[in-house]
Design a protein around this ligand. Sequence first.
Ligand SMILES: Cc1cc2nc3c(=O)[nH]c(=O)nc-3n(C[C@H](O)[C@H](O)[C@H](O)COP(=O)(O)OP(=O)(O)OC[C@H]3O[C@@H](n4cnc5c(N)ncnc54)[C@H](O)[C@@H]3O)c2cc1C
Length: 265
Amino acid sequence: MVLEFYKPTSITEAIALKNKLGSEALYLAGGTEVNNLFFPVKPKYLISLEGIGLKAIEETDEAIHFGANVLLQDLLENNLTPDFLKVAIKRLVNKNIRNMATLGGHVASNKSCSDIIPTLIACKAALEVVTENETKSILLKDYVTHEKTDLITKIIISKKVLNRTVVSNNYCRSANDVSILNVAISYVKEGANIREPIVVVGGVAKHVICLTAVEEALDGKEMPVREDLEKLVSDNVSPITDIRGTAAFKKYEVGVLAASLLFNN
Ligand SMILES: Cc1cc2nc3c(=O)[nH]c(=O)nc-3n(C[C@H](O)[C@H](O)[C@H](O)COP(=O)(O)OP(=O)(O)OC[C@H]3O[C@@H](n4cnc5c(N)ncnc54)[C@H](O)[C@@H]3O)c2cc1C
């Protein structure tokens, strides 16, 4: 049961509260996870992020900066949001949830089946994370591999990635379900070949992962035939059987999704 609810009005105050209250305190953004009946953590204290700002989407010469408290629906409706990111955000169920859920809350939830994290990793997104002592930048690809509770203040996409092709795909049981599998791939086109591919998959491990071996096999090389590409991807994932599907099905389907992205774009 939540015993106390805090409403800080600055980033500094929010962090100081989190440090004081410790592991029994959670930040609260849109609350679509925290207020969910099945949310595994039962915090004693909630620290609302509503009053600390971080709702702007801004650009500099080098990058686009998304405040952590920007709503997913606002991202969809903003001209600075790259189209490839809008495609991923649209997969997230419906407008009702997108009008509550924040980008920071989505990233911090760090779900394996996230519809957005694979595309963000494929475009080399970085996070600005603030602690009492420092503000640091961390690649999202590295963030997802660790359990972290530091305050995310921004999600940053460098404009250098805008010259890459970024595509994504998912497998969903029905239009209203959370995805079972997600794939996002980015690359630089070079004739019939691709360079510097980033291949990211969700739903096949505890968190979203990059398939480094697949990336190395594709980089600057002649594109394998479709069946070989499907197998290459399938051979590089080790999903588990659970309520969402068998390991064999996920292994097979993730290969099909990845190949369809490279052969149809
Ligand atoms: C009905 C429903 C359907 C959904 N469908 C989909 C779907 O189709 N696809 C999909 O990918 N996801 C789906 N989700 C998940 C949804 O995307 C996430 O729940 C949402 O994006 C989380 O954002 P939030 O702002 O609501 O986070 P909150 O619930 O407020 O917080 C989630 C976690 O993040 C932490 N947190 C929040 N903000 C920050 C911050 N700035 N820094 C550090 N930690 C922070 C909180 O402490 C908490 O641990 C669904 C959720 C629901 C309830």
